[in-house]
Design a protein around this ligand. Structure first.
Ligand SMILES: [Zn+2]
Length: 252
């Protein structure tokens, strides 16, 4: 059993007799272009957590399918929760679980980069007030080596990185015939992808005006989603699972 919500409370007590670590998958519900589903980030976080948990026999908390997505509200279906609300929500989840004896938390974030600020604030809040450790695992930071090796372009949105991973994990949810590529919106000294060793300003979510342009040009994606490939997605996913297993084993 991997998922907390599938267990009965005596099972949780028995788990806590042996281990005090739990994974917390966090994603978003936001538009991912015409070719990928709104649940892309949550699905990726869920599968990363599930596959790493299976290899290490640790538990996962129920996935949090909501994230901070103010810039994606330009297209239908997106749900954006205010970052301070998410920070408090995550703190409450950690506080509840820590009261039962969980001490080590690894957040697995599918909503790359954008969820990180409030995750960091919640992690700091939890570590300073509760006797816990909270690590944040974000693919954008953990795929730097493999992304270049596999020839992927820059981190965008619903680009070839997450679309390839999704085509490996759940191909029936992707309609690549609807994918539209776009050239990087070059802004001097601005780059979202943390893997490029160049001088940059810090990431700030796009404005609604900027996103309206993206929506009109590509249907909501940025990057080169037509280059997506399930085999590259499999290698990317396995790299990320291996890294997550490393983090879990070094925490146990
Ligand atoms: Zn995404």
């Amino acid at each position: 059993m991997i998922w907390l919500q599938d267990l009965k409370w005596p099972d949780v007590r028995a788990y806590l007799d042996a281990k005090d670590l739990i994974l917390l998958p966090v994603g978003s519900t936001e538009q991912h272009g015409r070719h990928a589903p709104l649940g892309t980030d949550t699905l990726i976080a869920t599968r990363l957590a599930e596959d790493a948990a299976r290899r290490t026999s640790v538990l996962c908390a129920p996935p949090l399918a909501l994230g901070w997505s103010p810039h994606h509200l330009v297209l239908p279906g997106t749900i954006s929760v205010r970052a301070p609300v998410l920070q408090e929500l995550l703190f409450d989840i950690v506080q509840s679980l820590s009261a039962h004896g969980f001490k080590h938390f690894i957040v697995v974030n599918g909503h790359r980069v954008t969820n990180v600020p409030w995750l960091q604030l919640a992690a700091q809040q939890a570590q300073s007030r509760l006797a816990v450790s909270v690590a944040i695992f974000d693919p954008a930071y953990m795929q730097k080596e493999i992304a270049s090796e596999l020839g992927f372009g820059a981190l965008g949105h619903a680009e070839e990185l997450e679309t390839s991973q999704l085509m490996h994990l759940q191909p029936e949810l992707v309609d690549l015939s609807q994918a539209v590529d776009s050239a990087a919106h070059g802004r001097r000294l601005y780059e979202v992808d943390p893997r490029f060793a160049v001088d940059t300003l810090c990431y700030v979510p796009s404005t609604l005006e900027q996103m309206k342009v993206v929506a009109a040009e590509t249907g909501g994606s940025t990057g080169q989603p037509t280059r997506s490939d399930p085999e590259l997605g499999r290698r990317l996913h396995e790299h990320l699972v291996n890294r997550l297993v490393e983090v879990i084993e070094s925490t146990l």
